[in-house]
Design a protein around this ligand. Structure first.
Ligand code: KIV
Ligand code: ZN
Length: 498
């Protein structure tokens, strides 16, 4: 029997991008949108156009280049929001306006200072107004997870009558249990007149770690669209992770549900988003974590060697993790590197290939064997492009019985500046030297060093998060020299504020 289709609505560029410090510029957003189109998502929520000129512009530019998926813009149930969203979506081949309002007791009384009848009217008016601009209008009942089912059904019935094509039932606070959320969807399916004229959508947050479970409960009970983000990124504990939902539906065929996602592109898309947003993927993250398919115990290794299915429910190749047959070393040529990059999903023009080849040789000189994880990092850094703040030289003196000292040269807007400083270690000294040049008041909020693969010759990945004038900025770099990687990551974050 053919599976029923679940529409994948990706909100990485809207709800996902609300993570403090993970903001992307328009070029980066287009890059992500293209990757999402290649992955096969049905709808891309490209932004919240009225929220900022940057968001507006990104929705415009994404609408111009993305042809296959529906492009969606978020609004509140406010006329001006809807007009601005319609304007931002003017170039979209298939535009959708996503409008809505809070329906829970908390939102109605404490956020909107209103009452149930007024909220219902505002919901209907917003949908009717959006329909003047586009045919495809999605309505969200914010905090539906904590909304009384009877009132929710009344609102949903009214907005469908007003023309909503999709009705989104967000568990905004990540509060519900899977059974509760599933029952809510079933209740709407069974009690809303006209429900078959609209698609029911889930939009679950992960505050209690149940976003994926709730989403699956939703589709089992009748929802046919899932709102998700790559790597589950999003405010607080994040949104439902796209890759988890896709692979659950693919692996559990008995549900009779499937998506149009090309699962072989999941890993590559996960790494692209992680690199561009400078948001590391936790190593034990389901489906795309570094350890998701790594068997370390002897019993498991033995079992997997006898038959992969003894301990693996998913073949790693299904999500795009390919095992290397060509070993890349300092003696490998451009063709081998290009072939390997393409295998893991990176197509590069000659200029980018020449540049990454140079970086590859530098790395291969320091590391005997280059693995796919290393290439993912090099390719991710390549995608980042040129910056107006770059490190050109770093020297440190450190060791026992020495005062750690660093001398750093930075290229700032085309001009070279050199400073030296001391610190309690080489990284502290180098950061102080960088700060002397950049002259910005910043606070280091997070500093994380991770090894990528194995061995003392491994690449060290460094993530830093700094705070400047209330804003958060992430920086990332990788090198076999962790002092260099740390300073580069710090400079990467600073480059966003100079
Ligand atoms: O979590 C939520 O309720 C939302 C809506 C704006 C759709 O993100
Ligand atoms: Zn949300």
């Amino acid at each position: 029997m053919a599976s029923e289709k679940i529409h994948v609505f990706d909100t990485t560029l809207r709800d996902g991008e609300q993570v403090p410090g993970c903001q992307l510029n328009t070029i980066e957003k287009i890059e992500v949108a293209k990757a999402l189109e290649g992955l096969g998502v049905d709808i891309i929520e490209a932004g919240f156009p009225i929220s900022s000129p940057g968001d507006f512009n990104s929705v415009v530019e994404i609408s111009k280049v993305i042809r296959k998926p529906v492009i969606c813009g978020l609004t509140r149930a406010v006329k001006k929001d809807i007009e601005v969203a319609a304007d931002a979506l003017q170039y979209a081949e298939r535009p959708r306006i996503h409008t809505g309002i809070g329906t829970s007791y908390y939102h109605i009384n404490y956020k909107l200072n209103s009452n149930e009848d007024d909220i219902l009217q505002r919901a209907v008016d917003a949908v009717k107004y959006a329909k003047k601009f586009v045919e495809d209008v999605e309505f969200y009942a914010e905090d539906a997870g904590r909304t009384d089912n009877e009132y929710l059904a009344k609102v949903i019935e009214a907005v469908i009558k007003a023309g909503a094509t999709v009705v989104n039932i967000p568990d905004t606070t990540g509060y519900t249990f899977p059974e509760e959320f599933g029952t809510k969807i079933r209740y709407l399916k069974e009690n809303v007149k006209g429900i078959d004229n609209a698609i029911i959508s889930t939009h679950c947050h992960n505050d209690l770690g149940m976003a994926t479970a709730n989403t699956i409960a939703g589709v089992i009970n009748g929802a046919r669209q899932v709102e998700v983000t790559i790597n589950g990124i999003g405010e607080r504990a994040g949104n439902t992770s796209l890759e988890e939902v896709v692979m659950i539906l693919k692996s559990r065929k008995n549900l009779g549900l499937d998506t149009s996602i090309n699962s072989k592109k999941l890993f590559k898309t996960s790494r692209l988003v992680s690199n561009l947003m400078r948001m590391p993927v936790q190593p034990n993250k389901a489906i795309v974590g570094r350890n998701a398919f790594a068997h370390s115990s002897g019993i498991h290794q033995d079992g997997v060697l006898k038959n992969r299915e003894n301990y693996e429910i998913i073949d790693p190749q299904t999500v795009g993790i390919v095992e290397s047959s060509i070993v890349l070393t300092a003696r490998s040529g451009r063709a081998a590197l290009k072939h390997r990059l393409e295998k893991i999903g990176y197509k590069m023009d000659q200029k980018k290939l020449d540049h990454i080849y140079h970086e590859f040789l530098n790395l291969a000189d320091q590391k005997k064997q280059i693995e796919d994880d290393d290439l993912e990092v090099l390719a991710g850094m390549e995608e980042r492009g040129a910056r107006n703040l770059e490190i050109t030289s770093l020297q440190v003196i450190c060791g026992m019985s020495t005062n750690p000292t660093a001398t750093v040269t930075l290229n700032l807007n085309g001009e070279a500046f050199t400073e030296s400083a001391m610190g309690n270690g080489p990284i502290d000294a180098a950061f102080s030297a960088v700060k002397k040049i950049v002259k910005k008041r910043v606070r280091l909020e997070e500093f994380l060093i991770q090894a990528i693969t194995r061995g003392s010759d491994d690449l060290g990945k460094v993530h830093v998060q700094i705070q400047h004038k209330g804003g958060m900025y992430y920086g990332f770099s990788a090198s076999t020299d962790i002092v260099t990687a740390s300073v580069e990551a710090f400079v990467d974050a600073l480059a966003q504020i100079v």
